[in-house]
Write a protein of this length. Structure first.
Length: 374
């Protein structure tokens, strides 16, 4: 909520209008030293400038360039006739709001030329006045040169940030859709076939119950076994979808390796910071699968797990000094295919190396925004 004592209002027009009114203070010199006609002209010029600023905010694009041009003319007139060149800085801020790169550079060049030209011309007309204001002129010239670039770059940065947020939200939405499709495929593969088989066997058992009791009992036994298998697979799938933190999985892995008499050494960031749960869950499940392979197949004596987090990605390296394993020829077994699918789902990469043992390197990017409550 905006406070009543806020110096700069949030609306840019009122902000610039406020600063223009503040700069009206030195304008009083015109009323002290000039006649009534000159004072009237000065007031008319000031009001015209304020109207131009207002219209520039209301009419962007081609008409906005026209009003900016009027402002430059007013700046030049005020500088040459009265030595009042302060309005140039406000026009510079308005130029910085231009979104078109071509339009920005054209108006920027014109404004510098008009401001510098009017100051030089004013020196010949009001030499004494300009000599007294040299420090202010230097500040104004620097403002005219630097302010538009600062505002223009900030505008472009805000535009890119908006596009980036939109793209991230789109990626997030697509990831939800893909995750739902994956769950649907898993449910279909897990339950579809078994439920179809249960239905067929149940129909057969109903027909056989009066004709062949033993065969009917056998069919019912098969139905019970199929139902138990389906329940087990569903539980495993739900367990896989549970969100697991990497530090919890590291503790679990440490216990498993200790039982298997494999020395474990941990390196890097053992606790991830501000990482989407789906990424942390993916890394945890991959770590679990790789360690299971180490315990079952590697005959290793030592295991090193290294996790590094950078602003752009997370890297997890798992090394064991076992007999090695040819991952390239065993993609369908030992959960390796599952590791690749999980990592690819979050746009990551996985690399297997069997030089002097086995090294698994998993990298996942930190580019997707996920909401904790969804």
């Amino acid at each position: 909520m905006s406070k009543w004592y806020s110096i700069i209002p949030k609306h840019p027009f009122y902000s610039i209008l406020g600063w223009i009114l503040i700069c009206f203070v030195p304008f009083y010199s015109i009323f002290r030293t000039q006649d009534y006609t000159t004072q009237s002209i000065a007031v008319a010029v000031l009001v015209t400038y304020l109207i131009c600023v207002y219209m520039d905010f209301k009419l962007p694009g081609g008409l906005g360039y026209m009003w900016l041009s009027f402002e430059m003319i007013i700046n030049a007139v005020m500088s040459v006739l009265y030595g009042y060149f302060y309005f140039a800085i406000f026009t510079a801020f308005l130029i910085g709001r231009i979104k078109s790169k071509v339009g920005f550079y054209i108006m920027y060049g014109l404004h510098i030329a008009a401001s510098v030209g009017s100051i030089i011309g004013g020196f010949f007309i009001e030499t004494d006045v300009y000599i007294q204001q040299i420090p202010f002129m230097v500040i104004i010239v620097f403002g005219v040169i630097l302010a538009p670039f600062y505002l223009f770059s900030r505008t472009q940065s805000d535009k890119l940030e908006t596009k980036l947020k939109s793209a991230e939200n789109r990626i997030y939405e697509l990831s939800i859709v893909e995750e739902r499709q994956r769950i649907a495929r898993d449910l279909h593969d897990t339950l579809g076939q078994k439920l179809s088989m249960i239905g067929l066997k149940l129909d057969l058992a109903i027909r056989l119950v009066d004709k062949d009791t033993d065969q009917a009992k056998k069919e019912l036994g098969d139905i019970r076994q199929a139902a138990s298998m389906a329940l087990k697979e569903v539980r495993e799938m739900v367990s896989d979808m549970k969100k697991v933190k990497i530090e919890d999985e590291l503790l679990h892995v440490q216990e498993i390796l200790e039982v298997a008499n494999i020395d474990l050494k941990l390196k890097g960031s053992l606790k991830l910071v501000e990482v989407p749960l789906i990424l942390e869950n993916t890394l945890s499940m991959c770590l679990k699968e790789v360690v299971n392979n180490i315990v079952k197949h590697s005959e290793a004596k030592k295991c090193i797990i290294k996790i590094e987090q950078s602003p752009k990605e997370i890297t997890m390296i798992i090394y064991d000094d076992g007999k090695g394993f040819d991952y390239s020829t065993n993609l369908q077994g030992n959960g390796i295919k599952g590791i690749e699918e999980r990592v690819q789902f979050v746009n990551g990469s996985v690399d297997f190396s069997d030089a002097k043992g086995t090294t698994v390197t998993i990298k996942v990017p930190l580019v997707i925004v996920y909401k904790e409550n969804e």
